[in-house]
Design a binder for this molecule. Structure first.
Ligand code: NAP
Length: 249
């Protein structure tokens, strides 16, 4: 069987790992990118292979241009022709107010969340655009409902980086609309993953869940389902738009 090839940045944990597992079940050959946690990436790859799927762990820091270029070359060699990119790798830093943020923090947030997504999109477009001899594909960018809410007193920098992801999604979708590539965004609300611990509050979902109309946090798999639908042919006339996976927030 000829499998579609998908790159998931930050595929080793959380939403990316759920997307890798379900994507493999749906027949994708999955490149599971990670930056530090090799064990987590290997675990996902092993589980996919044990279930009869195809997967490859690829280390790369999406904020480092040479890493991004190497990652896509490794995927070309290891899995074949790319058809899908999930720009999922994202970080936040400890909760703070804007008047406490220094430029080094802002540079880290924007390098990973924004520049990394642009560079991965660039490498994917080079391979998938019909204008460049490719046979098309789809890109899903992970934004956040924070782009709309602003994340006051927690991480306005992160929210602003996701605002940039929304603009990237809209602009790139229009740029590629006649080149066989659809580009969409998914905006999760509060999802049970490790990301909240890096903000300094591992139990954040429990604290804020009462503000969610459904009164619960989301599971990574619930976000993965939206990502995979947007990548699929079922979404063939959907581009430049967003699916909010927020429990109604
Ligand atoms: P997570 O559990 O913290 O996992 C982050 C993943 O990104 C890990 O696989 C990590 O790799 C990888 N990563 C981090 N920096 C990287 C870099 N520079 N280069 C390559 N990979 C990198 O995150 P998550 O909660 O699943 O979030 C996934 C996406 O959803 C993010 O874009 C996030 O902003 C967005 N989102 C999440 C929530 C939520 O509530 N969880 C809400 C809205 C939006 P290692 O394992 O090697 O560290």
């Amino acid at each position: 069987m000829q499998r579609k090839v998908m790159v998931i940045t930050g595929g080793s944990r959380g939403i990316g790992a759920a997307t890798a597992r379900i994507g493999a079940q749906r027949g994708y050959a999955v490149a599971v990118n990670y930056v530090h946690n090799r064990a987590a990436a290997d675990e996902i790859v092993s589980a996919i292979r044990a279930a009869g799927g195809e997967a490859l762990a690829v280390q790369a820091d999406v904020a480092v241009e040479a890493d991004v270029v190497r990652m896509f070359e490794e995927v070309d060699r290891g899995l074949g022709t790319l058809q899908a990119l999930v720009n999922n790798a994202g970080i936040l830093e400890r909760q703070a107010r804007v008047d406490e943020m220094d430029s080094a923090r802002l540079a880290r947030i924007f390098a990973t969340n924004v520049t990394g997504s642009f560079m991965c999109a660039r490498e994917a477009v080079k391979r998938m655009s019909t204008r460049r001899g490719g046979s098309g594909g789809a890109i899903v960018n992970l934004s956040s409902i924070a782009a709309r809410l602003g994340a006051p007193n927690e991480y306005v920098d992160y929210a602003a980086s996701k605002g940039a992801i929304d603009s990237l999604t809209i602009g790139l979708a229009k740029e590629l609309a006649e080149e066989g590539i659809r580009v969409n965004g998914v905006r999760p609300g509060v999802i049970y993953t490790d990301i909240h611990a890096s903000g300094g509050e591992p139990g954040r979902v429990e604290r804020v869940k009462d503000a969610v109309p459904m009164k619960r946090g989301g599971d990574p798999e619930e976000v993965a389902q939206a990502i995979l639908w947007l990548l699929s042919d079922e979404a063939s006339y959907v581009t430049g738009t967003f699916v909010d996976v927020t429990g109604g927030r």
